[in-house]
Design a binder for this molecule. Sequence first.
Ligand code: ADP
Ligand code: MG
Length: 236
Amino acid sequence: MAQDPVIRLRDVTKSYGKGDARTPVLRGVSFDVVPGEFLALVGQSGSGKSTLLNIIGGLDLADDGVIEVMGHDYDKTPERELAGLRNGPIGFVFQAFNLLDHLSCLNNVTLSSQFAKTAKSINERGMDALKRVGLADFANRRPSELSGGQKQRVAIARALFGSPRLLLCDEPTGNLDSETGREVIEFFQELNTRDKVTLMIVTHERRVSSVAKRVIAMKDGLIVESIDADHPGGPA
Ligand code: ADP
Ligand code: MG
């Protein structure tokens, strides 16, 4: 039996602006992502990649179409439940790291559960996440004291803290030098192969898309190409 998709998109549309200024950004996007995929989403700046990723993560709303993530139909999912998916089964990693500098690295990692009562086990879990990215020794530092690559690893630890099954990454190596970027990509590969985390990475870097199992290309709000690494010329 075919596996249920992690992500199911059908005719997703999105415009920004009103009246004459209204610009379509997504013009009918449809595809599925199955469990364990490592998908790269490529395309020129302005093609709608970030908008699509944010919609899949429940950070932005589509105008129309079907968005189902891990069996949740977003049209029928209350905001409270969506909020539970974010920072939990759905993890995010952004180009600009999005860390809060007035907090320690550990508190950045555990931020999503700051209101929970069992602080000790939360900190233990936060330390586990920092250990996984090799930054346990930096738990009490501020993000501003870290290099770009270390910041991105803290941001990855923050995503891992919620034990994500799906990791959405928007140009995660865009602010990193090539060596650090390579390390981050290797870590994503390990998450995908060892921990079976489904990965969807927006990128315009060849070194990222070359390790993906499938590359989807967007242009002007539409999917224009889908290339499966195992079946390069075959049906998408
Ligand atoms: P990409 O990530 O592929 O560069 P984006 O999804 O960020 O593309 O943007 C697609 C288009 O939507 C761009 O033309 C951008 O200017 C526009 N856009 C994105 N976000 C907003 C917004 N919040 N308000 C208005 N326009 C936006
Ligand atoms: Mg973008």
